[in-house]
Ligand binder design. Structure first.
Ligand SMILES: Nc1nc2c(ncn2[C@@H]2O[C@H](COP(=O)(O)OP(=O)(O)OP(=O)(O)O)[C@@H](O)[C@H]2O)c(=O)[nH]1
Ligand SMILES: [Mg+2]
Length: 386
């Protein structure tokens, strides 16, 4: 499992094949996201939750995401220490992800780790992430059940609102309730609940505010029970496409990407797929530069064309490219990660048009591409569900 997670994380050449192999096994696990400010007590709480879930006979996966620690060591190692006792348990698998050296962003890497644990039969899979910034919101979007934690102390509850994380909570937890001020923090949160603009995803789920202490064990059992109850009420696998047609398209695109030796040799990895859409990534190697030392235009074309080819072939019939135009806005350098996203602009009986935007991982526009395909009646050789 550790090797599979690493391969997905690094976008290894066989990542698309691995994604495709995992796809039919996904959606059984309840994914529980735990987020809150740095030092709020998340890791300690997750450790306590794992203990409570073990006594219920669960096999538990834990993914600890630490975006704020470029020098990694500290917090990640600390998480291992704090969760260490359970880490050795045969029914617990703990994986720490740090941002350093990450190529494609934290959310896709986290998703890969969650998928591997889900496919391996762990349930629930708990994801710990620090509640700040865009990528953490993306990570919490993977969760079926979102626990937002806040320690006692002036202003903490207000801070939670600022970060927008109160909006996404399914359960609100005041950690370290053995410390003074816990009651006041819980009261603050209860008062703020009606301010939420988002209605709970499960029609009548009431967001509870629970006080817990990992130090004394207070409230841990109740939290474990409520979290599982939320999963039962709201369903598992919400990160997966709802629509079976979208799921089939995604699986098909991943199979096609895995069967593309050119893309593989270039280091192009498919990171997202849907009906009429595809996203691929590439981290530029020195051998992909031109005589000026910037990215070879042919590589950018190949990246955009791969996204175009996958998106246009996502519907099950062979789509043959007949025309493509590309414009270049910015040069890219070795080591840059480029992301190409293709979507369908129009589709008729015989012709379909796709637009591809190529950007650096930090959002800077690199290129845009427009392509037209001829839609044939032939099915894909690699299509087992067609
Ligand atoms: N008194 C008390 N202290 C706690 C409790 N839970 C955690 N702590 C302490 O709070 C500090 C931070 O705990 P962590 O579990 O590392 O918090 P975290 O939110 O995971 O921190 P980061 O991952 O670094 O953001 C540690 O010193 C813990 O010992 C608790 O229930 N009571
Ligand atoms: Mg932690």
């Amino acid at each position: 499992m550790a090797r599979a997670i690493s391969r997905l994380e690094q976008g290894a050449a066989d990542a698309a094949a691995l994604h495709a192999a995992l796809a039919p096994q996904l959606g059984r696990a309840q994914v529980i996201g735990v987020t809150g400010a740095p030092g709020a007590g998340k890791s300690t709480l997750v450790h306590a939750l794992v203990g409570a879930l073990l006594t219920r006979g669960r096999r538990i996966g834990v993914v600890a995401v630490d975006p704020s620690s470029p020098l990694s060591g500290g917090a990640v190692l600390g998480d291992r220490v704090r969760m260490g006792e359970h880490g050795a348990h045969p029914d617990v698998f703990i994986r720490s992800l740090a941002s350093r050296g990450r190529l494609g962003g934290l959310a896709p890497a986290t998703r890969g780790a969650v998928d591997v644990l889900d496919a391996a039969g762990f349930d629930p899979v708990i994801v710990e992430t620090v509640g700040a910034g865009q990528s953490e919101v993306g990570i919490m979007a993977l969760a079926d059940t979102r626990i937002v934690v806040s320690p006692p102390g002036l202003g903490d509850a207000v801070q939670a609102i600022k970060a927008g994380i109160l909006e996404i909570a399914d359960l609100l937890v005041v950690t370290k309730s053995d410390l003074p001020g816990a009651e006041a923090a819980a009261r603050d949160l209860r008062e703020m609940l009606p301010l939420r603009t988002r209605t709970a995803r499960a029609g009548d789920w009431q967001v509870p505010v629970l006080g817990v202490s990992a130090a004394t064990g207070q409230g841990i059992e109740e939290l474990a029970g409520r979290a599982l109850a939320h999963g039962a009420a709201c369903g598992h696998g919400q990160r997966l496409p709802r629509d079976p047609a979208v799921a089939a398209a995604a699986a098909r695109v991943l199979r096609l990407a895995a069967a593309d030796p050119f893309a593989r040799a270039a280091g192009i990895v498919c990171t997202h797929a849907g009906l009429g859409e595809a996203e691929v990534r590439l981290t530029l190697r020195p051998d992909q530069l031109n005589f000026n030392g910037s990215c070879h235009g042919g590589v950018i074309f190949a990246l955009a064309d791969t996204a175009f080819g996958l998106a246009s072939n996502s519907r099950g019939a062979v789509a043959a490219g007949i025309d493509a135009h590309i414009t270049y806005q910015q040069a890219a350098q070795a080591g840059d990660t480029l992301v190409a996203r293709a979507h369908e602009v129009s589709r008729g009986r015989r012709l379909a048009v796709y637009r591809v935007d190529v950007a650096r991982a930090d959002g800077r526009a690199i290129s845009s591409f427009t392509g037209t395909v001829y839609l044939t009646n032939r099915r894909h050789e690699h299509d087992s569900d067609g």
